[in-house]
Design a protein around this ligand. Structure first.
Ligand code: ARG
Length: 466
């Protein structure tokens, strides 16, 4: 059992069970590079403010650099008795460079240190997720361009409603992921705030320069209130909320892929490389990838609810309960990233069965609204037209016909307003291209939406890299 940096006032050694119970090293070791980067910036600031000497600072910085390399080479022993990543690095530094290591923690507490590490980690991950979501949106736009002539039934209540362009349907997901990007970018503003220098909770008596540390670590601002800085986990909750909503979108598209790939729909074929078989039924090709994305959505919701519950009754400022934040955050980040990556690879390889989609869009009276609109254009009030077409549909069902298969002679008894030209507007193509209202499915509109998206994506990419 190693000596603890805090055991000065203790007369008994920590129980092994307690060491294991309180240890978070297995989870927070992945923060090592941020912890070291933060410590190096802290050292530089301490030296600049003459709180430690330049010589001490350079010994500390060299020592920290070596520890980073050792961890990366797998030459670093992690051990429960040292609790967390901060204590592991500090105690190794003591072994490596001797007593000067004890100066590193001047004007700092693990409470502001962990807040810094998590913010740095989440800043990188959020940027990474944003980049990947932008790539996915680009692929959706490409998909919409390639399949611009594919038509499928649009559904409400999962009943065939009106025909839409497949591109229009997919551009709906583009909009959802666009909003997700908006939420992640917004969360990033509140993640990107530097908490170090808040110390345990009340600030410090040393003449530190927090702005300088922030500058070294690339933070545009420092946190305003030391108590808030060490007890705030809103930035993680916000990220988890944005991640949950993003997963809702992945789950919905996954559900559609599962349905569409079934023999009942037969609209798409998932790539073999993204499907699995059954161990008993040789004919099966299962959509496990979208199913798992749909399933993993539940995990991310769980992560959000877990952290909300952890935080809801905590008094200010830091409480050890908050150590539980990282498990939820890492799980959500890993899950969401895996889902975005898998969609980026899968989407361009989905085979579209255009004929089957069109066939489905041509059956089931999807042109009933258009027929009612025709009567309205001829002067009939909409409600009356609705009821009139309802009767025609009922008659067509009994005769086993579609609306466009009825003759003018058969239509006339329902309304004298019907003319020969009614059949012109009942084709699938007309139904789509006449829906020119802004945001509607007309080919012209969808092409314009694609163009707009391409412009926006270009700008967003420049902003992110620039
Ligand atoms: N491992 C701790 C965490 O993740 C770091 C902060 C611990 N602070 C303390 N006073 N025990 O929250």
């Amino acid at each position: 059992m190693s000596e603890k940096p805090w055991d000065g006032r203790f007369s008994q050694k920590t129980d092994r069970l307690v060491e294991a119970f309180t240890s978070s090293i297995n989870i927070d070791k992945r923060l090592y590079s941020y912890d070291i980067e933060g410590s190096i910036a802290h050292c530089r600031m301490l030296a600049r403010q003459s709180i430690i000497t330049e010589e001490d600072a350079s010994l500390l910085i060299q020592g920290l650099g070596k520890i980073k390399r050792d961890i990366e080479r797998g030459e670093f022993l992690f051990d429960d008795s040292l609790e967390d990543i901060h204590m592991h690095i500090e105690s190794r530094l003591l072994q490596d460079i001797g007593k000067v290591a004890q100066k590193l923690h001047t004007a700092r507490s693990r409470n502001d240190q962990i807040a810094l590490d998590v913010r740095m980690y989440l800043r990188d991950e959020t940027l990474d997720i944003l980049k990947n979501l932008i790539s996915l949106r680009e692929l959706i736009v490409d998909f919409a361009k390639v399949h611009i002539d594919a038509v499928l039934p649009g559904y409400t209540h999962l009943q065939r409603a009106q025909p839409v362009l497949l591109s229009h349907h997919m551009m709906a997901y583009y909009e959802m992921f666009l909003r997700d990007c908006g939420r992640f970018s917004d969360a990033l503003k509140r993640i990107n705030i530097m908490p170090l220098g808040s110390a345990a909770l009340a600030g410090t008596t040393y003449p530190i320069d927090r702005e300088y540390t922030a500058e070294l670590l690339g933070f545009p601002e420092v946190s305003a209130n030391s108590i808030d800085s060490v007890s705030d986990r809103d930035f993680i909750i916000e990220f988890l909320a944005a991640a949950s909503l993003c997963m809702v979108h992945f789950s919905r598209i996954s559900e559609e892929l599962v349905l569409w790939s079934s023999s009942e729909f037969g609209f798409i074929e998932l790539p073999d490389s993204f499907s699995t078989g059954s161990s008993i039924m040789p004919q099966k090709k299962n959509p496990d990838v979208p199913e798992l994305v749909r399933g993993k959505t539940g995990r991310v919701f769980g992560d959000l609810i877990a952290l909300l519950s952890i935080m809801k009754a905590l008094p200010l400022a830091y409480n050890r309960d908050m150590q539980e934040d990282k498990g939820t955050l890492f799980d959500a980040v890993d899950t969401l990233k895996a889902c975005v990556e898998i969609y980026i690879k899968m989407l361009p390889n989905i085979e579209i069965k255009k004929e089957a989609m069109l066939e489905a869009a041509s059956k089931g009276f999807l042109n009933a609204t258009d027929m009612a609109d025709y009567l309205v254009a001829m002067g009939m009030p909409f409600r009356q037209a609705h009821s009139c077409i309802g009767k025609i549909v009922s008659c067509a069902i009994s005769e086993n016909k579609e609306l466009h298969e009825m003759t003018l002679k058969e239509l006339k008894p329902f309304s004298s307003l019907f003319k020969k030209d009614v059949f012109d507007i009942l084709t699938t193509r007309q139904m789509i291209d006449r829906r020119k209202s802004s945001g509607g499915t007309a080919t012209k509109n969808v092409k314009a939406a694609i163009k707009l998206a391409e412009g926006d994506l270009k700008k967003e990419k420049e902003n992110l890299t620039g």
